[in-house]
Design a protein around this ligand. Sequence first.
Ligand SMILES: *Cc1c(COP(=O)(O)O)cnc(C)c1O
Length: 374
Amino acid sequence: MPALLELEAEYGKAKEDRAFKNELELLQSTYIGRPTSLYFAKRLTDHLDGAKIYLKREDLAHTGAHKINNAIGQVLLAKKMGKKRVIAETGAGQHGVATATGAALCGLECEIYMGSIDIKRQALNVFRMKLLGAKVNEVSIGSQTLKDAINESMRDWTTNVRTTHYVLGTVFGPHPFPSIVRDFQAVIGKEAKRQILKAEGRLPDYLIACVGGGSNAMGLFNEFLSDDIKMIGVEAGGKGIEGGEHAARFAGGSIGVLQGCKTYLLQDNDGNVLETHSVSAGLDYASVGPQHAFFKDSGRIEYTYAVDAEALAAFELLSRTEGIIPALESAHAIAEVAKLAPRLPKDKIIIVNLSGRGDKDVQQVAKIKGIEIC
Ligand SMILES: *Cc1c(COP(=O)(O)O)cnc(C)c1O
């Protein structure tokens, strides 16, 4: 609690601090490459023959995904709080790379916690983190994946809070993390609103984003919450809900408490956290940010899922129609667009968040297709 209370107080101050905001805005534009473009996907729109589809191009941000928005914000916050060291959890390695990038940029010491199984699966990202000057700590207890990496990060943070800030990677965990991450990602929706008003002279009818922990979705949705717009979050349906091999917390989970928040999670009758499956590592988690649980229950945001096969088809669809290879996570959102757009009249507008680029996923997709590339 002392660590969380200090963070809440310090973040409250930083939020109102002009110098902090100026430094963040300068790095957003000169380092991350913001604003990212809002792109009218004409060939995808023509192909689906329905609503107009715009892509919010977070894949064009430095390091290839939206995660850098949060990592840079929190690393600046750590510096402002006088912390010399940052730590982070990572599953597939994307957040670890983003945090190591931010730490290198600000000259902070950086340690990343990662499960043994993930270290083996994601050797390339482990090497990236090391290139960026981070130390990667192997977590060999429990399921040896993301859940255990989060536990170990929290343990480290509570021991070393005087010198260390914990850069949590999504809108998850105990307060104030979900609020902090939402605020740093909200730049996505703020830009998208300005950009669509300029392009179309009006707000869109639908917003669509994939939901792992939920940060790219909250980042897009937050600015539009009080507007009359439908919002759809897309979870990973894996091999389908019935067999239990999925990460669709809203379709297949129930309310519980995990790692500092009350939210929906995949658990058995005794409250043990269940194993998950998704073709996309970034969506493959048993729990989801508590803000999404709130908006699910209030009915403000609708949640659905795409199964592996639908995401893989969408991965190829966007590549061929637009020359944009999406991250497999983002492909789940595209899969929902492919279902929805043809059912809508042509004067409706959809904005879909393209949370990341697919370069990191091409080897895996080749393997699934049975193609040897190296
Ligand atoms: C990590 C990741 C996600 C899932 O995380 P959220 O917090 O739900 O946004 C989605 N897309 C990409 C490209 C990612 O790297």
